[in-house]
Design a protein around this ligand. Structure first.
Ligand code: 4AD
Ligand code: MG
Length: 462
């Protein structure tokens, strides 16, 4: 049989041919002589129109009553209809109901709200919008692998279960086999993890970076692409508890090389998706964000801005804009500040570099001023931060004193310290939030709507 995607891509090739398609009914309307079915087969977010007539079908009565969501086999002639609203249709000769549907099917022809669709996560991929979103998500994932593989990066699978907190933010989901009703305790009253399955305290990873560094210092160019977990109880439209992250890590690279790589990657992803999902992207440009295509196309040819944190703070202060959270050197930039910088001041993606060390993680390389670290966050219009990265502290003594400052136990990071002892050359990397780039690509404003099965505080339906 034929995939509906092919009909939309190359209608001329199938003109006047006898074809067979399989799909589900999106709408079915008709009179007692003829009817129209919009049939969606999942290979494309748009549906193909099927025209059926009493004259040609011996089961006309049955088909005219076929409900939304019922699965059909349709045989008929594919005809181009350039004058009509639909560019083509299938004139049915045979229609078979392959699976019926109950009449209380929740998705009807009208436009449903994203909130309503979230409540039926098992059915929402059947809507046009989610069909387009999840196809773009799939293509973007492939583009990312392609980008790194073409550059001979090694894909490393870092562990999901880990004993170290990469970001040091204490936002880990702990996992344990201990009996929760009857937790074993040590003499000093702490939980006795020696009786746990792994014999120590473990959690779901917040980032594969520390492990990726071990591979970067062996393979030079590596990347991870996997799920990460954060028990951060922030109910925003940009935070999920389970999200995917891409983390390249490169030996012999500094902060500037790191930003060059990130910029090339972002442009590559955009170009790939525009080329391979033009219809879906056009759909987003029409229904999600009017300026989307223009913005993305311009961006592929533009140079991203780069500004230090210190300069950015000055710019924000000078802007005269009244922020909810006042700007002072030393604050962690809030979404409102990030968005103002990228949307109002630069009007394009901007890397903010060299943040105060006190608001960044322990592994970032200390700058000569002793106050800032060689960090880079990439901010984009509409979303804010999509990348967080840095050059890593490769100097054993500096790293050690930073860890002491933060009361991190050296014993927990002995292997990470070891990397600094044996050929620990300068290296850098970053983490791209996969959902954040999908939001950026589609104009979808809530992270829940780019995740196939969103996990956020108080929600994990199945
Ligand atoms: O800035 P973050 O916390 O950086 C790291 O985890 C580093 N270890 C990465 C590295 O250098 N290898 O997270 C990186 C990115 C953020 O910029 C954001 O896009 C995304 O991950 N992110 C989230 N996305 C969705 N929900 C959350 N709760 C997220 N937290 C971070
Ligand atoms: Mg960050």
């Amino acid at each position: 049989d034929i995939q509906v995607r092919s009909l939309f891509r190359e209608p001329d090739k199938y003109a006047d041919q006898e074809i067979t398609v399989h799909g589900w009914i999106r709408t079915n309307r008709g009179s007692n002589k003829f009817g129209f079915i919009e049939l969606n087969d999942g290979t494309f977010f748009k549906s193909v129109q099927v025209v059926y007539e009493a004259e040609f079908l011996n089961n006309f009565e049955e088909i005219s009553k076929a409900p939304i969501a019922a699965a059909l086999m349709v045989k008929g002639t594919f005809v181009l209809t350039p004058q009509a609203k639909q560019p083509f249709e299938i004139k049915a000769k045979e229609v078979v109901i392959e699976a019926d549907s109950d009449s209380d099917y929740p998705l009807q022809k009208k436009r449903h709200s994203m909130e309503f669709l979230r409540e039926i996560a098992h059915l929402r991929p059947r809507s046009n919008t989610f069909s387009a979103v999840f196809r773009v998500r799939s293509l973007a994932a492939y583009a990312i692998h392609k980008f790194f593989q073409e550059r001979d990066f090694v894909y490393v699978h870092t562990p999901i279960v880990t004993g170290s907190d990469c970001e040091g933010a204490g936002e880990m989901f702990r996992i344990t086999t201990l009996d929760m009703e009857n937790l074993p305790k040590t003499e000093d009253g702490k939980i006795d993890y020696s009786q746990d399955f792994f014999g120590k305290e473990t959690s779901l990873t917040v980032s594969g970076q520390l492990e990726a560094e071990t591979f970067a210092l062996a393979f030079r160019n590596v990347y991870t692409f996997g799920p990460t977990f954060r028990a951060e109880n922030s109910n925003t439209a940009r935070h999920a508890s389970e999200f995917w992250m891409i983390e390249p890590e490169v030996a012999f690279a500094d902060l500037s090389d790191n930003m060059d790589l990130a910029e090339d990657m972002i442009k590559y992803i955009i170009r790939y998706v525009l080329e391979h999902a033009p219809e879906e992207m056009e759909f987003f440009g029409k229904f999600m964000d009017k300026g989307l295509l223009e913005r993305l196309t311009a961006l592929v040819n533009a140079e991203f801005a780069r500004v230090t944190y210190t300069e950015a703070v000055e710019l924000l202060k000078k802007s005269g804009k009244k922020f909810e959270y006042p700007v002072e050197w030393g604050i962690d930039l809030q979404t409102e500040h990030e968005r103002y910088l990228t949307e109002e001041i630069y009007k394009k993606p901007v890397f903010v570099t060299d943040y105060p060390k006190d608001i960044k993680a322990f592994y970032m390389r200390l700058n000569d001023d002793g106050k800032t670290v060689a960090a880079c966050d990439l901010l984009v219009p509409g979303v804010g931060e999509i990348i967080g990265g840095s050059q890593r502290e490769e100097r054993y003594d500096v790293l050690k004193s930073r860890m002491d400052e933060l009361s991190l136990d050296e014993k927990d990071y002995w292997w990470y310290m070891d990397l600094r002892k044996y050929g620990g050359v300068k290296h850098a990397g970053y983490g791209l939030g996969f959902e954040r780039i999908i939001m950026y690509l589609t104009g979808i404003s809530n992270i829940r709507d780019v995740l196939p099965f969103p996990r956020t505080p108080k929600t994990a339906e199945f």
